[in-house]
Ligand binder design. Structure first.
Ligand code: F6R
Length: 613
């Protein structure tokens, strides 16, 4: 949510900033801008409404020379997308420029105060107050002025500033929004995440909340919240520049859908020890002792990660016998929750930076609960703050619609549920070995499901799908969360109004909506539990004219007979089926959105990594 990049060194800044913004564009894409400085040209700003291509075109016509600068790609919170509201914002007669990610909650009061003192504002944003506060606090030391200014700001921020009077210096701070520093042979970088500079260096240092920094071409220093100065410790990150490219695919989303077999292979290789048929999570050692005293598990997550957690609830209850609840982080953080040391809170997040999930996790840790993170981005705030972590090892997910992180979350949670089941003695060694064998088959089965692409594309091309204004997804048991996730995937990239329901709930209201204009995607994989019930629900919809697109087990001819279209997934235990069901759901959403001509990687109004409430 908003991407920040900065560079100071011996190379021209503009190209490096633009390369960083290109990789950060998934974080926001309604407008973008850069501010570059050199000894001759103090602070030059270019910003444009729209995608990065608009800024690129403007810079081609009027390049900005200089070896230090900051850049920003915006996801609007305060103030509509416009050129004036785009960052960088300037202050102090254009001597200062700032970029900001987050929300300054008391900006109205600050703006009022500044305007009363004669400051003229150029934008409707909350961020612009920071430029003026820094200008007002400046007494020859930019880093100090940033710290002084931020004392007045309430809310969350990652902020970076440059000043005409200090060529080559970038100063900034973080509180609640991510910021990472990078060290290259030719200079220093900053970014909202490492993708901002991964083309130039893989040496990164993550800032903690409350840290401020100052960098120039010669060095970089961090000041902790308590005033102690520390030399940044840079670590090598494993993300590569290629991972942040489409690598021949038309969209990141399609690339990431196809990466799923390998992502699952990596997860199994990392956490399953072949010889002993045992599951081991090296990064939960600090938590292990507490796991035996756990009496309850609470998942906290948002969006797609919440759907993965719902699958986790079914599995963890079944295999460990522990009571499990699944909470929307945005609700949980403001509720009067009952938590203590006997509760394990599992925060699930691809980015590890989602503001609501982070705050829910912090609340749990403060109440004494054990905190486990299931997280994709290593070094992210959640990864660092949790008592233990299970990393998804899925590599950067850049398509805004989550795909590979979702299936990786389910597989990681499945492994954790088996691990807890075995640890608590609820599963025997033989049972565990059997489940591990079933999991080993998953990557190959996902590959088979992916090979049905053409058939799914053909279903998406059916007039009922292409022209639908409304659609429904239904499922039961382990695949009730699949129905919710299929609905979310389709709505976020096709803009069709889609709802997901537990199939058993249809009769309690939603069935009133069923007509022969509304496609119903019905998930009914063969298992010993709820298959027959879901089939009956499908018959009820059919009897009312519903157009059924069924996702079921390969070879299920009886389901095929009652559906207008049928997509088969390889036969597998129902417990593992949400992973396989996800493949046709993702591809269906992708093809429908492509046929409607939408930008599937950057859907309207959305952005990846929701770092504001
Ligand atoms: C949907 C999607 C979002 C995220 C949600 C949580 O495709 O990507 O619903 O799942 O914003 O994000 P993370 O997992 O980064 O906490």
């Amino acid at each position: 949510m908003c991407g920040i990049v900065g560079y100071t060194g011996s190379h021209e800044a503009q190209a490096l900033l633009m390369d960083g913004l290109r990789r950060l564009e998934y974080r926001g894409y309604d407008s973008a801008g850069v501010a570059v400085q050199s000894a001759e040209e103090p602070v030059q700003v270019e910003k444009q409404l729209g995608k990065l291509a608009e800024l690129r075109a403007a810079l081609e016509a009027r390049p900005l020379g200089g070896t230090a600068g900051i850049g920003h790609t915006r996801w609007a919170t305060h103030g509509r997308p416009s050129q004036a509201n785009a960052h960088p914002h300037t202050g102090g007669g254009e001597r200062f420029a700032i970029v900001h990610n987050g929300i300054i909650e008391n900006y109205r009061a600050l703006r009022h105060e500044l305007e009363s003192a004669g400051v003229a504002f150029q934008s409707e944003t909350d961020s612009e107050v920071l430029a003026h506060l820094i200008a007002r606090a400046y007494q020859g030391d930019l880093a100090r002025a940033v710290r002084q200014a931020l004392k007045q700001a309430e809310g969350s921020y990652a902020v970076a500033a440059i000043c005409a009077d200090e060529p080559g210096v970038i100063a900034g701070a973080r509180h609640g929004s991510p910021l990472v520093l990078g060290r290259a042979p030719h200079g220093f970088f900053l970014g909202s995440d490492v993708l901002a500079f991964i083309g130039e260096t893989s040496e990164a240092c993550y800032l903690n909340d409350g840290d401020s920094f100052r960098m120039d071409a010669a060095g970089c220093e961090i000041l902790r919240a308590d005033g102690t100065s520390v030399v940044p410790e840079f670590h090598t990150v494993t993300v590569s520049a290629e991972q942040a490219e489409k690598e021949g695919h038309p969209h990141f989303m399609l690339k990431e859908i196809h990466q799923q077999p390998d992502v699952i292979r990596h997860l199994l290789a990392a956490y399953v020890a072949d010889e002993q048929d045992a599951i081991d999570f090296p990064d939960i050692r600090g938590l292990e002792d507490r796991l035996d005293g756990i009496q309850r598990v609470v998942f906290v997550a948002c969006g797609t990660a919440w759907h993965a957690a719902m699958v986790g609830k079914y599995l963890l209850e079944q295999w460990s016998g522990l009571p499990v609840s699944v909470e929307l982080a945005s609700e949980f953080r403001y509720r009067h929750t009952v938590l203590d040391g006997s509760v394990l809170v599992v925060a699930v997040s691809q980015s590890g930076e989602t503001a609501d999930t982070l705050e829910a996790a912090r609340k749990a840790a403060q109440a004494g609960a054990a905190l486990l993170a299931i997280v994709n981005v290593p070094g992210s705030t959640l990864d660092r703050e949790a008592h233990g972590a299970i990393r998804l090892l899925a590599g950067p997910e850049i398509g805004v619609a989550s795909t590979k992180a979702y299936t990786a979350q389910i597989v990681a949670i499945t492994l954790f549920a088996l691990y807890m089941g075995r640890r608590r003695g609820a599963l025997s060694a033989e049972q565990l070995a059997e489940w591990i064998r079933a999991l080993d088959a998953l990557p190959g089965q996902v590959e088979r499901a992916l090979s049905d692409k053409a058939q799914i594309e053909a279903v998406a091309a059916e007039p009922i799908c292409r022209t639908a204004s409304h659609a429904m997804f239904i499922g039961r048991g382990y695949n009730y969360p699949s129905a919710l996730e299929g609905a979310l995937k389709l709505k976020e990239i096709s803009y069709i109004h889609v709802e997901g329901y537990a199939a058993g709930e249809m009769k309690h209201g939603p069935i009133a909506l069923v007509t022969d204009h509304i496609p119903v995607v019905a998930i009914a994989v063969q298992d010993e539990g709820v298959y027959g019930k879901t089939r009956s629900n499908i018959e009820e919809l059919r009897a009312r004219g519903g157009v059924i697109l069924a996702i079921g087990t390969e070879g299920d001819t009886s389901l095929k007979e009652i559906a207008q279209a049928f997509i088969g997934i390889p036969a597998c235990p129902a417990e593992l089926s949400p992973v396989l069901v996800a493949i046709p759901l993702q591809l269906f959403a992708y093809y429908v959105a492509c046929m409607l001509g939408h930008d599937v990687d950057q859907p309207r109004n959305l952005a990846k990594s929701v770092t504001v409430e």
